[in-house]
Unconditional design. Structure first.
Length: 243
């Protein structure tokens, strides 16, 4: 199948998804009330079956894979590039790579891990093509410690306010800018673990890191963000108390 034929197929899949959204919205409330939970083992087996079918040339299975992963690919791509057009380009590139390289997937890791790795590589290639580097040293914003090992400056704990603040556009923008300042190694771990909601083990599999290494980078990322956002959340809390 040519690249043009592939892209047309993806667009048809997107169109089907959009058309089905209106039908789904009509019964959205009842669907939420009758939510069923998929067995992870059954989900994994179903996905493996789709991969085998695609490797055997069944194009319908590719449509299903697109439906499963397109939004996830786009979300991660956008979180890394912060650009709608770039995220769309990355998503198309990733889906094309999945289509062309599916025969190389040997099942040594989970298929989802393979998809995330391809997405990360494509997003980084896009960033390199833009030739922009806005990262700074994480050590500049991490808390400092004295000779006895005690933290010298108190960092405001903003975790309790996160749920309500994330819904404020201004706060969301500030958080996004802070995340963008993270060095890439810490940033990707933070995005996969705290934004995408993947397990520590899963993140380690995707990035080929040990669990302790993932935890270390995640801890440094959280300290970085807590330090960066501390003053803002203090001001916000003061404003809330004064109401």
């Amino acid at each position: 199948m040519s690249k043009t034929s592939y892209i047309n197929r993806v667009k048809r899949t997107e169109s089907k998804a959009e058309n089905s959204n209106s039908d789904k919205s009509k019964s959205e409330k009842s669907a939420e009330e009758q939510t069923t939970f998929t067995d992870p083992k059954e989900e994994k087996e179903a996905e493996e079956a789709l991969v085998r079918e695609l490797q055997s040339g069944n194009m319908d299975s590719f449509d299903q894979i697109v439906e499963r992963y397109q939004k996830k690919i786009y979300a991660l791509s956008f979180n890394l590039t912060r650009n709608t057009m770039d995220a769309q380009d990355v998503t198309q590139d990733v889906l094309l790579t999945l289509f062309r390289k599916i025969h190389t997937f040997q099942g040594k890791s989970a298929f989802s891990s393979w998809v995330y790795r391809i997405t990360l590589n494509a997003a980084y290639m896009k960033l390199r093509s833009r030739k922009k580097d806005q990262s700074i040293s994480i050590d500049e914003l991490l808390p400092t410690f004295n000779g006895s090992g005690f933290q010298q400056e108190k960092v405001q704990d903003w975790s309790e306010n996160t749920e309500s603040l994330l819904f404020a556009n201004e706060t969301r923008s500030i958080i996004q800018k802070a995340v963008d300042m993270l060095p890439e190694k810490e940033k990707v771990v933070f995005l996969l673990r705290d934004v995408e909601g993947l397990s520590t083990e899963k993140v380690g599999e995707i990035l080929d890191l040990t669990v302790p290494a993932v935890k270390s980078r995640l801890h440094r990322a959280r300290l970085f963000l807590r330090k960066k956002l501390s003053s803002f959340f203090q001001e916000y809390q003061t404003g809330e108390d004064g109401k």
